[in-house]
Design a protein around this ligand. Structure first.
Ligand SMILES: [Zn+2]
Length: 139
């Protein structure tokens, strides 16, 4: 994959440039302002195998070592190829929660797969100004 890891290349989430799209969130130099931005940055983190970012943005009672092991295992051999967001509800700068419905396309073992999910997001501590977190997939 030519240029993989370069900040100048397109963002995995579909943004024009990684450096001005999801990279600042991955580096911790900026926080997503909307639930959709967090969702996009999590997709890009899967694409770049940034396991710690996935853990930081999704609270869970599971032990850290187990979470890291499970995420690494689930992402092994997966090539994330495309993200399509079909709907966003709330999740804006003034909201405390929101949902994002998306399709994430990936290749694994020579097959193309599509993950469809409506993800629920909320602010840390459920307070204004709290960072956006991925909470759960809606049923
Ligand atoms: Zn992006």
């Amino acid at each position: 994959m030519a240029g993989f890891g370069s900040s100048a290349e397109p963002c995995p989430c579909g943004g024009e440039r990684y450096a001005t799209c999801c990279e600042p969130f991955h580096l911790g130099t900026a926080l997503p302002e909307t639930a959709e931005q967090l969702m996009r940055s999590r997709y890009s983190a899967f694409s770049r195998n940034l396991i710690d970012y996935l853990i930081e943005t999704h609270p869970s009672p599971e032990p850290l070592t187990e979470r890291r092991r499970a995420l690494k295992a689930s992402n092994r051999g997966v090539r994330w190829t495309r993200l399509r967001i079909s709907a966003s509800e709330a999740g804006g700068p003034a909201d405390l929660s929101g949902t994002v419905t998306f399709e994430a396309h990936y290749r694994q073992a020579g097959q193309t797969h599509v993950l469809r999910e409506c993800s629920r997001f909320g602010r840390e501590g459920a307070v204004a100004g709290g960072r956006w977190l991925y909470l759960a997939a809606e049923a």
